[in-house]
Structure formats: structure tokens, C-alpha cells
Design a protein around this ligand. Structure first.
Ligand code: KIV
Ligand code: ZN
Length: 496
């Protein structure tokens, strides 16, 4: 079977999801999990966009060995130089440069003529080619570009040395028949197309990103650009997990393979959701909490008799564990570490010991620790931060006819600061006390609390988003006590 290359853009287009902002360490954690997942190309970021983006791409380039590390650049010399600076130490590197080619974009956004666009494509692809061997070119808004002109643009990029030509459906406007036809037309009309890889990049504005991408591979595309959990600008990009499982489950129709280790899909999806603070909808295909649940009696009966009556793929094939094993405070380190392996974690000994200590603390507070709890503990400790502020202890009093009051003790350098504040409810009170103690002033623009498992002693996971001027920071905390989880999340954001 021929291979379809999986190009993951979670860290670039995915990071353009409204409200998402990842720091360099978080990006590296996600990149490492994408490498383990087996993606061929990791689009690590857009180095010219900001200093933080540049640092993130560079860190990934220095640490990722198996996947190609790709940096995005507009078709100008400054962007391409910046992209190259960020990826130059990567084991396998690619520059991805783009320029809009639809009439509407050229006229209103670029204010360039067709001739000028062709000239720029030639010059900039040639320039990128002097820096790296592997150059991808995208005619932005490709699906709305006049066909004959699109063919000319693509021929120009090939002449200049492009190795991959990516056709974006930038505004998610195309339909499967139309988009498949576009790829077929490109294959039939563009001189030299047989020497390059055709790629596609579909947005989900009409909910057709995955269908359009699959129609494109049937018509001749061999690389698909996608993002974990379907993240991306506006309605998002084609979801990586859906593309890969469609190719895998319907081999009979598509006749292709990918190099994705599908059993790692769920783990990556959960890590991305944790770091971005974007929850996966329960009915989301492949990775939603309900994707493998059977509610109606008829379905349950059918599955018990023969799984295939209502399941077209096994939960295990995407890393969903259905036999949610429960560990308790008497479970030893060996059983714990074996269980982590069964869950698909591949942690260093140091990390296992650290997680085991946290597990023991949790098992002292709640009788049964589920796989979901363990996943939350691992996510919570996946990144070591140099904390400036440490919450030593707190005390909250609250009631329905008194105002809430919080005291906090916070370590800062060699000193300890104690402060108290009132608030409208215990969360507001503790946030006010922290703000007073740390002499910081941010606006809380988002607060989310979710329970990790079931039961009144479940772990609560809190996500907060703080804002000052243009900067937004996400903080997270977990605890069986939701006030403590809230305080930890606030402190985490402050430390970032
Ligand atoms: O949607 C788009 O056109 C893009 C390009 C940069 C490939 O993200
Ligand atoms: Zn895009």
C-alpha cells in the first residue's frame, strides 16, 4: 500500500485557535508526543510571528530527531531567514513558504498583480532552496484561485525547486467532489508535478475538512495537513485522528497506509487538550468521551453478543482503555509502573517515581484512583517550571450568609508573605488574596472547572486564563479540593 504522509500543524495553525497560546516548553512536550505518534512532519510554528514562536520552533528543532521539523514563512526574505534560523539545527528540516493566489486575496490583501505574484513565488522558493533542500510552497486560498493561474503558480514553484506543493482550502469553502477534481486537474495539467508531493490543507468552516482531504488523496494527494482534535484557525483544520482512522479503518476503500501508531492517538489528544485548555466535545469522532460508549439497550445487547454489531474499530486501537483499572493506596510501585506501561506511557524512572509519590498522596485522599486520575497527575507534572511564587498554605472560610475570606502564605525568594482578602465566594476570595500577596494585577478572562473522574471525591481540574495588556496566560491545577485546584491554577499562570 502506498503511504500517505501526515503533516501535523497543531503547533502552528492549531495554535491559531482563538484563545490558545502555548509556551516553548509546552510546544516541545506536544512535539515529542507527535514524534512518538509517528507523524512525518511537525509544523512547529511561524518564527517571524513572535519571539516566543521563534524560541518554540528552535527548541523543537534541537530536540526532535525522527520527524521533519517545518517552519512557516511568508514569501519574503526576512520571514524565510527567520524560519531558517529557527530550524537550522534540526535533523530533518523544511521551510514552508506561502503566498495568496486567489483574485480576491491578490487584489485586496496583497495588492499585487498576477505577474508580480509569479515573480515573487519564483524568487522566494529559489531563495528558500539555497538554505534547505526541502521546500514546501502553498498558494494560499488555492481552492478559490482561478485554475489556469493556479497551474502556472505551481509550475513556477516546481521550477524554483519546491519539493512539496500544498493546496490549501484556506476558508473551508470547497466540497469533496470539487476539491478532489481540483487535485485531479493539477495532476493532469501541471508540468513537473510527478516530481513533487501534492499536499492538502483543509479548513473546516463547512464541516468538510476531513472529507475534502480524503477526496484529495483519492485524486492523487500524498500528504495531508491536519491538527490534533481538529484545532486551527476559526472552525479548525482537518482532525488528524479522523484522517488517520478513516485511512486505517477503510483500507478497503482508500488502499493507503500511514505510519501513525494509532494506539497513541488518545494520549496525544488528551495532552493537547490539557495544554491548550480546549476540551474535546464528548461526541467528537475517535477521541470524544462518548466515541465508544453504547447507551441504548439494543446497542449494548448487540455489542455484548458481538462487538462488531455497533463498533467499527476497537477503543484499544486508538488508545482508549475500556477496562479502567482502579489502583488504591496499597498498590505498590511495581504494579503502578507496570500499569503506566499498559496505559501507553513511556516515562523515565525519575518521572515514574515522581508520579508514584503524587499517586500515593492522592490515594490517601480518595479510596480508588482511576486511569483518568493518573492521566491528570501525569499531565499536571509533565513540565517542570522554575516557580517564582510557591503557595505554602491557605485557609478559606465561606458560607451562604457571610462573605468569603481567604488567607494565603506564599514563598517568594527567601521570604514568606501572608495576606488575607474577602471575596464573592471562596474562589474569588483566594484569587484576591494571592493577588494582594504577590502584588500582581491581572484580569481573569476565563475559569473552567471539570471533574476528572466520578464520585464526590473526584479530582477537579481547573484552568484559568489571565490577561494583562496583550498577553494572555493559561494556568492549570488539579486537586481533590476545588479551591486548592483553583489556587494552584492561578499560581501556575502567575509563575508563567
Ligand atoms: O489555511 C491556509 O491557507 C494556511 C496556509 C499558511 C497553508 O494555513
Ligand atoms: Zn490554515
Amino acid at each position: 500500500m502506498e503511504k500517505i504522509f501526515i503533516f501535523d500543524t497543531t503547533l502552528r495553525d492549531g495554535e491559531q485557535t482563538p484563545g490558545v497560546s502555548l509556551n516553548a516548553k509546552e510546544k516541545l512536550e506536544i512535539a515529542k508526543s507527535l514524534e512518538k505518534l509517528g507523524v512525518d512532519v511537525i509544523e512547529a510554528g511561524f518564527p517571524m510571528a513572535s519571539k516566543g514562536d521563534f524560541e518554540g520552533v528552535k527548541l523543537i528543532a534541537l530536540n526532535i530527531k525522527n520527524s521533519i521539523v517545518n517552519a512557516l514563512a511568508r514569501a519574503n526574505k526576512e520571514d524565510i531567514d527567520r524560519a531558517y534560523e529557527a530550524i537550522k539545527y534540526a535533523n530533518k528540516k523544511r521551510i514552508h513558504t506561502f503566498l495568496a493566489t486567489s483574485d480576491i486575496h491578490m487584489k485586496y490583501k496583497l495588492k499585487m498583480t498576477r505577474e508580480e505574484v509569479l515573480e515573487r513565488v519564483y524568487k522566494m522558493v529559489s531563495y528558500a532552496k539555497t538554505l534547505v533542500d526541502d521546500v514546501e510552497f502553498s498558494p494560499e486560498d488555492g481552492s478559490r484561485t482561478e485554475k489556469e493561474f493556479l497551474y502556472k503558480v505551481l509550475e513556477t514553484a516546481i521550477k524554483a525547486g519546491a519539493t512539496v506543493l500544498n493546496i490549501p482550502d484556506t476558508v473551508g469553502y470547497s466540497t469533496p467532489d470539487e476539491f478532489g477534481g481540483l487535485i485531479k486537474g493539477i495532476k493532469e495539467n501541471v508540468k513537473g508535478i510527478e516530481n513533487v508531493i501534492i499536499s492538502v490543507h483543509c479548513h473546516n468552516d463547512l464541516g468538510m475538512a476531513v472529507s475534502n482531504s480524503l477526496a484529495a488523496i483519492t485524486a492523487g494527494a500524498r500528504q495531508v495537513e491536519c491538527a490534533v482534535n481538529g484545532l486551527g484557525e476559526r472552525a479548525g483544520n482537518a482532525a488528524l485522528e479522523e484522517i488517520c482512522m478513516a485511512i486505517e479503518t477503510r483500507k478497503d476503500i482508500y488502499g493507503f497506509k500511514t505510519d501513525i501508531n494509532t494506539e497513541k492517538i488518545y494520549r496525544v489528544s488528551s495532552l493537547v487538550s490539557y495544554f491548550t485548555g480546549i476540551n474535546v466535545q464528548p461526541n467528537k469522532a475517535i477521541v470524544g468521551a462518548n466515541a465508544f460508549s453504547h447507551e441504548s439497550g439494543i446497542h449494548q445487547h448487540g455489542v455484548l453478543e458481538k462487538r462488531e454489531t455497533y463498533e467499527i474499530m476497537t477503543p484499544e486501537s486508538v488508545g482508549f482503555k475500556t477496562n479502567n483499572m482502579v489502583l488504591g493506596k496499597h498498590s505498590g510501585k511495581h504494579a503502578f509502573s507496570e500499569h503506566l506501561k499498559e496505559l501507553g506511557y513511556d516515562l523515565s524512572e525519575e518521572k515514574v517515581v515522581e508520579t508514584f509519590t503524587k499517586f500515593k498522596e492522592l490515594a490517601d485522599k480518595k479510596k480508588e484512583v482511576s486511569d483518568k486520575d493518573i492521566e491528570a497527575l501525569i499531565n499536571d507534572s509533565s513540565i517542570k517550571t522554575e516557580d517564582r511564587y510557591k503557595l505554602i498554605s491557605f485557609n478559606v472560610s465561606t458560607g451562604n450568609n457571610v462573605s468569603s475570606m481567604a488567607n494565603v502564605k506564599i514563598e517568594l525568594g527567601d521570604g514568606i508573605i501572608e495576606e488575607a482578602a474577602c471575596g464573592d465566594g471562596p474562589v474569588n476570595a483566594i484569587f484576591n488574596a494571592i493577588e494582594r500577596a504577590t502584588k500582581t494585577e491581572y484580569t481573569l478572562i476565563d475559569y473552567k472547572l471539570k471533574s476528572i473522574s466520578s464520585g464526590t471525591d473526584a479530582l477537579g481540574e481547573v484552568t484559568v486564563k489571565l490577561k494583562r495588556e496583550d498577553r494572555k496566560v493559561l494556568g492549570r491545577g488539579v486537586s481533590t479540593d476545588v479551591i486548592e485546584a483553583s489556587a494552584n491554577a492561578y499560581m501556575n499562570a502567575l509563575n508563567k
